[in-house]
Design a protein around this ligand. Structure first.
Ligand code: SF4
Ligand code: SF4
Ligand code: SF4
Length: 184
């Protein structure tokens, strides 16, 4: 059921629903901990699809979670970018390329329009721009699938990094303890 719910969500990974991405929101809906009308990017169309899947009455989007807007993508004003990498750290689908002290750029085809890279930018050089052309249903599905894969891959990588860091810290503590024991 979680997978079926997740497949109906737009995969923008913006967190406006109050959860850290579409899958955690899908899990909360399946557990009865969240309502079906908390996803602004999905809008009324998404709510209707969820209501049909779950066999419940559709509702209007709850404005407390935001409003439905036309899809847009991020654009970096490269001449102003100072290469701080903060936007890369914020992007839930790894759609930004760049390295420390070098200008950054958004991979347009991979940007979900989540807007999470705007606030961390210290020089306000990330702006949202409307998608030049309306997406067909097939294009919307393909973009959502790509975003889902990239979000999952990023989460996996972050989990691995955390596990590696924890292991390194453990080894450091053990080495320090051994040193203290042999000194004492
Ligand atoms: S698109 Fe944003 S608001 Fe909608 S489910 Fe995904 S993370 Fe939540
Ligand atoms: S580039 Fe910005 S708007 Fe686009 S997906 Fe990444 S964080 Fe979201
Ligand atoms: S947060 Fe802004 S200044 Fe920093 S790398 Fe990203 S676009 Fe450039």
């Amino acid at each position: 059921m979680i997978e079926q719910i997740n497949n109906l969500l737009p995969q923008t990974q913006c967190g406006q629903c109050g959860f850290k991405g579409c899958r955690p929101y899908a899990e909360a809906i399946a557990a009865g901990d969240a309502d079906i009308n908390q996803c602004p990017p999905g809008g009324d169309e998404g709510i209707l699809a969820l209501a049909q899947l779950l066999n419940v009455s559709p509702k209007l989007l709850n404005p407390a979670f935001g409003e439905h807007k036309p899809k847009s993508i991020a654009f970096i004003i490269e001449k102003d970018c100072i290469g701080c990498t903060k936007c890369i750290a914020a992007c839930p689908v790894d759609a930004i390329l760049g390295a420390a002290k070098f200008m950054h750029t958004v991979i347009t085809a991979e940007c979900t329009g989540c807007e999470l890279c705007i606030a961390p930018c210290p020089v306000d050089c990330v702006v949202m721009q409307p998608l030049p052309d309306a997406l067909s249903e097939a294009e919307k599905t393909a973009r959502a699938q790509l975003a889902k894969q990239r979000y999952e891959a990023r989460n996996l990588r972050k989990q691995q990094e955390e596990a590696e860091n924890a292991e390194r810290a453990k080894q450091k503590r053990a080495a320090l303890l051994n040193k203290l024991k042999s000194a004492g």
